[in-house]
Design a protein around this ligand. Structure first.
Ligand code: NAP
Length: 281
C-alpha cells in the first residue's frame, strides 16, 4: 500500500485525510493517507520516521502534504524543487522518489483554480491585494501574478517581509506586465477587486488586517482560513459590500494538484468541495 500523510503542528484540524481518501475512492486509487503531528523542532526527523515506519510495515511512503509551520523547512529538505516552489521558497507537497525528496507548491494554483473556476472570478487585469507574507502568501503570489492581474500589492504587518517577497517576484511580475509593490497594511493606496487574506489574523479572532476602504464595491474577499475561524473576516467583507469566500475551495484544489502529481489522476475536485461544504454546514 502506498502511504501519504499531512504533516504539521497543529494538524488535528486538517481535512486533508478526508479529502484524499475521497479522491482515492472516486478515482479507484488504492492508498493510505494519514495525519502526523511533527514536533516544532523536529520536522525532518518526523518525515524520516514516517518513511521508516512505512518500510518496516512492508508499505511504501510516497509523499506528504506539509502545513503550518513547516512549509519553508519542507522546501529546504527537498533535493529538488519545482520552479514555483523555488520561487516561493516554500513547499506544501513532498514526493519521495528514488533520487530523493522532490518539493512542489500547489497552494497558489489551488487558490487561482478556486477563484477562477469555483467562484467564477476572472483575475485578468484586476487589482489584487495580498495580505500576508508568510508561507501561504509566498506560495500564492507567483500564481496570482501569472493569472494576469493588472496590479498586485502585498501588505504585511511586518513590512520588510512583504518587501522581500516582492523583490523575489519582481522579474516574474515584469515578464507578465504586472505592477507589483509592497505596502504597509495601514497605508494602502487605492481599492482592490480581489482581497486575499493570507495572514493568520483570523486565528486570533481579528476581523481583518486592513481597512474596509481597500474593498471596491462587489470585490471578492477571500480568507485562506475556513470553518468558524474564517467567519469574522467573511462577516466584515459582507458588511462592507464585498463578496466573501473562505479557503475551503483552495484547500480542495491544492489537494487535487497534489493527488494528480502523486497518482497521475485528476480527482473530481468540484464534487468533493460540494460534499465537504455539506459536512461543514
Ligand atoms: P505563517 O507562515 O505563520 O504566516 C503568518 C502570516 O500572518 C504572516 O504574514 C504574519 O505577519 C501574519 N499575521 C499573523 N497574525 C496576524 C495578525 N493578528 N494580524 C495581521 N497579520 C498577522 O502562516 P501561513 O502558512 O502563511 O498561513 C497563513 C494562514 O493561511 C493560516 O491560517 C493557514 O491555515 C492558512 N492557509 C490555508 C490554506 C488553504 O488551503 N486554505 C493553505 C495555506 C494556508 P508577520 O510577518 O507580521 O508575522
Amino acid at each position: 500500500m502506498d502511504r501519504y500523510c499531512v504533516m504539521g503542528n497543529p494538524v488535528e484540524h486538517s481535512r486533508s485525510p478526508w479529502i484524499h481518501a475521497r479522491f482515492a475512492e472516486l478515482t479507484g486509487e488504492t492508498l493510505d493517507y494519514g495525519r502526523r503531528l511533527a514536533p516544532l523542532d523536529g520536522f525532518a526527523e518526523a518525515v524520516a520516521a514516517f518513511r521508516a515506519e512505512a518500510e518496516r510495515d512492508g508499505h511504501a511512503a510516497r509523499g506528504c502534504n506539509v502545513t503550518v509551520p513547516f512549509k519553508f523547512q519542507a522546501a529546504a529538505l527537498a533535493r529538488q524543487l519545482t520552479p514555483r516552489a523555488a520561487l516561493a521558497g516554500a513547499a506544501n507537497v513532498l514526493s519521495f522518489r528514488d533520487d530523493g525528496i522532490h518539493g512542489d507548491n500547489s497552494d497558489g494554483i489551488g487558490l487561482v483554480a478556486d477563484i477562477t473556476r469555483n467562484a467564477g472570478v476572472d483575475l485578468a487585469a484586476r487589482d489584487i491585494l495580498l495580505l500576508g507574507a508568510g508561507g501561504a502568501g509566498a506560495g500564492v503570489l507567483g500564481p496570482l501574478i501569472e493569472a494576469g492581474a493588472k496590479r498586485v500589492v502585498v501588505a504585511n504587518r511586518t513590512v520588510p517581509r512583504a518587501v522581500e517577497l516582492v523583490r523575489r517576484h519582481a522579474a516574474l511580475a515584469l515578464r507578465h506586465g504586472v505592477a507589483l509593490e509592497a505596502q504597509a497594511p495601514d497605508g494602502l493606496g487605492g481599492a482592490f477587486d480581489v482581497v486575499v487574506n493570507a495572514t493568520a489574523s483570523s486565528l486570533a479572532g481579528d476581523a481583518a488586517p486592513v481597512a474596509a476602504s481597500a474593498l471596491k464595491p462587489g470585490a471578492l474577499a477571500i480568507d485562506l482560513m475556513y470553518g468558524p475561524a474564517a467567519a469574522g473576516f467573511m462577516a466584515w467583507a459582507r458588511e462592507h459590500g464585498a463578496v466573501p469566500r473562505d479557503g475551503l475551495g483552495m484547500l480542495v484544489e491544492q489537494a487535487a494538484e497534489a493527488f494528480d502529481l502523486w497518482r497521475g489522476v485528476r480527482p473530481p475536485s468540484a464534487r468533493v468541495l460540494a460534499e465537504l461544504r455539506g459536512q461543514l454546514v
